[in-house]
Design a protein around this ligand. Structure first.
Ligand code: DC
Length: 239
């Protein structure tokens, strides 16, 4: 992808800044990243979607999700592209648009499993560094401020209590949810545990990240707070 082709050409983009947003599932990263991208004229890159696309391929090929070697071989014959758009990223797996196929619970769980393996992470990190190399991006994930772009201009670690994140997820399931709220919260805790305890680049705030806990905030309030954090960091950089 040529990032400049989709550039908004704003001042922030011209300055080629990198904003890193990390945090657990359901903390509101996507909404906030999307807003920040629009506000500061940046491209929004959702790295979780890349792990999800790869997990989809592993599921389709019936590759065991715990077999690091088999997954590494699969990765060697896989291409994943992210194409940022206004609302969400278009995710292209081996030339196929899989955007609508990667948000279900099976893929969600599989993405968390395949992402523990160092060779898979090294591959993804390389791809993400290439995607963000020209700057002018908001990149969201779990290890952006710690591993992918440790020199990002602004880093936010977004968190909220598991019950609150679980209920936000539940509310997104629509009028006929396939799961009870308790199940959503349980799945989210399991995923949290895996993300936070994996040996390679576990989910944790970078030393210089600003912590934003949205437990008792509305999403609008969290968006506003994130906007202020980034504006402040960018101002500090230019002083
Ligand atoms: O953000 P998400 O829910 O779409 O991410 C799906 C999974 O991918 C998540 O459980 C952990 C993994 N992931 C990761 O390990 N590192 C990232 N930078 C992004 C996602």
């Amino acid at each position: 992808m040529n990032l400049d082709e989709t550039s908004t050409g704003s001042a922030a983009r011209t300055r080629r800044i990198i904003v890193a947003i990390d945090g657990p599932a359901g903390a509101g990263k996507s909404t906030i990243a999307r807003h920040l991208a629009r506000h500061f004229g940046l491209l929004n890159l959702e790295t979780g979607a890349m792990y999800r696309a790869f997990a989809l391929k592993a599921l389709r090929g019936e590759v065991p999700l715990g077999d690091s070697h088999a997954l590494e071989q699969l990765a060697a014959e896989t291409t994943i592209r992210l194409e940022p758009d206004e609302v969400e990223n278009r995710v292209v797996l081996d030339g196929e648009d899989v955007t609508g196929l990667i948000r279900n619970q099976t893929v969600t769980d599989a993405a968390s499993r395949v992402s523990v393996f160092p060779p898979i992470r090294a591959w993804m990190v390389r791809l993400q560094q290439e995607l963000g190399a020209t700057g002018g991006v908001v990149m969201e994930g779990r290890d952006i401020g710690t591993v992918v772009f440790p020199h990002a201009d602004a880093k936010i670690f977004l968190d909220a209590a598991p019950e609150v994140r679980g209920m936000r997820r539940f509310d997104q399931l629509g009028p006929t949810p396939a799961q009870q709220p308790e199940e959503v919260i349980r799945d989210l805790r399991e995923r949290d545990y895996r993300d936070r305890h994996r040996v390679d680049s576990p989910l944790l705030p970078a030393a210089d990240a600003v912590l934003l806990d949205s437990t008792s905030m509305s999403l609008e309030e969290a968006v506003k707070a994130a906007e202020e954090i980034v504006a402040e960091r960018l101002a500090a950089h230019t002083r």
